[in-house]
Design a protein around this ligand. Structure first.
Ligand code: 5GP
Length: 205
């Protein structure tokens, strides 16, 4: 069985990536979502173990010390990190694992695992991003402003990603991500074992 893809998806928060991922997962049975650990407080409706593992700073630091994080960062005053074990487990089982992380973590993963597939989801404009953040209604104005400022710093990092998907129409963005994953699976470098198998067959004829 070939290893699954490690897929890094980044986008400024509020860019609608949650909706895109929901739709992607609704129909993608070979996909697994990497649930991150964070020290930030849950938002209304967020479930521990599903959206994030909500942990204390002490617990997070202990995980770091024990080498349990593949990458981590501090973002707007809170820790966020990717637990190593589920990613290794699911990719070894042939599942494509999606890491929905910010740009600093994305850079760490690209360095550590250059074979990963990285996708940056770009909002169509800053105005649309601002409207979406306000429309979400889960944060106060100061937090929305901090997220908008953070977005301005994040968008230039799009240049370090393999692919850019503009989140204008949901269906298009999802179809584009599916197309990327499909093409990535067909890369020569991911199919050397098939070639060997066919060549071995050829010798048997
Ligand atoms: P939020 O607080 O809006 O859920 O997430 C804030 C930012 O942290 C988002 O850009 C999100 O992609 C990022 N993030 C979530 N989990 C992780 C993680 O495990 N590692 C890193 N580096 N960033 C993460």
């Amino acid at each position: 069985m070939s290893k699954g893809l490690l897929v890094v998806i980044s986008a400024p928060s509020g860019g609608g990536k949650g909706t895109i991922l929901q739709e992607l997962f609704r129909t993608g049975d070979s996909l697994r979502y990497s649930v991150s650990a964070t020290t930030r407080a849950p938002r209304p409706g967020e479930i521990d173990g599903e959206h994030y593992y909500f942990v204390s700073r002490e617990a997070f630091e202990e995980m770091l010390e024990n080498g349990k994080m593949l990458e981590h960062t501090e973002y707007l005053g809170n820790y966020y990190g990717t637990p190593r074990e589920p990613v290794e487990h699911w990719t070894a089982q042939g599942y494509d694992v999606v890491l929905e992380i910010e740009v600093d973590g994305g850079g760490q993963i690209k360095k550590l695992m250059p074979e990963c597939v990285s996708i940056f989801i770009l909002p169509p404009s800053m105005q649309v991003l601002s409207q979406r953040l306000h429309g979400r209604g889960t944060e106060d104005e100061a937090t929305v402003q901090r997220r908008l400022e953070a977005a301005k710093g994040e968008i230039p990092h799009a240049k370090d990603y393999d692919y850019i998907v503009i989140n204008d129409r949901l269906e298009d963005a999802v179809a584009e991500i599916r197309a990327i994953l499909k093409a990535e699976k067909l890369r020569y470098s991911r199919n050397t074992d098939c070639i060997e198998r066919v060549l071995n067959d050829a010798q048997a004829i």
